[in-house]
Design a protein around this ligand. Structure first.
Ligand code: AMP
Length: 212
């Protein structure tokens, strides 16, 4: 199985698609999740990160890269990079790391979505500390009991950056940075674009096809 880099916009469904890949043996490496873990520790750096994320801005390349490097260095499984790289500089840093770790077997997937659809998904999103995620605006994605995780029974949470203002900044920041990254991977013949207006299962099939 090939490794995968998701460079998809916020709320494009990369978390959901990552869950599907985890079911078939992939390791999920999400910089957003790692940063939120750092915040949960309540450290000084965590407080700084919290301010940046809540405002919808990007965290320093160096901080995020350190987290990614630590995860990849000892990893033996096929992996999903979710949320990294988000800048061209990060893509270049990742290239150096891949060289160092002798990783060549990967594809880059962009999940295409409009701001309107992404906003609807973000504002309805509920997540659980066990990693499960739900959406109160979609019948098939609602939890069975209001605000309770189907999988582990814990109370669901809303992310602090899933509010309209912060989301629009996040989405637009993403778009501002993404074209050079797409171009960079296109030149390497690694770039794939998947339309997210299809049914979830169809999207998963498309992704699996790319990673064969
Ligand atoms: P995500 O869970 O991927 O939507 O990430 C949530 C937030 O974490 C982003 O809006 C950024 O503030 C921060 N973040 C995640 N990944 C990165 C990254 N590769 N570079 C900089 N900031 C990041």
């Amino acid at each position: 199985m090939k490794n995968v880099i998701f460079i998809a916009p916020p709320s494009s469904g990369k978390g959901t698609q990552s869950e599907k890949l985890v079911e078939i043996g992939y390791k999920h490496i999400s910089t957003g999740d790692m940063l939120r873990e750092e915040i949960a520790k309540g450290s000084e750096i965590g407080l700084k990160i919290n301010e940046i994320i809540t405002a919808g801005h990007l965290v320093d390349d160096e901080i995020v890269f350190r987290l990614i490097k630590a995860k990849l260095q000892n990893n033996k499984e096929p992996f999903i990079l979710d949320g990294f790289p988000r800048t061209l500089n990060q893509a270049k840093m990742l290239d150096e790391l891949f060289k160092e770790l002798n990783i060549q077997n990967y594809e880059v997937i962009y999940l295409d979505i409009s701001l309107e659809e992404a906003l609807k998904r973000a504002l309805g999103r509920l997540t659980c500390s066990c990693g499960a995620s739900y959406n109160m605006y979609y019948e098939n994605l609602k939890p069975k009991t209001n605000n309770i995780c189907d999988k582990c029974g814990k109370e669901l949470m809303k992310r602090t950056d899933d509010n309209e203002e912060s989301f629009k900044i996040r989405f637009n920041t993403f778009l501002e940075n993404i074209d050079p990254i797409k171009e960079y991977y296109k030149e390497k013949n690694k770039m794939h674009i998947v339309d997210t207006s299809m049914k979830l299962d169809m999207i998963t099939e498309k992704i699996k096809e790319i990673l064969k």
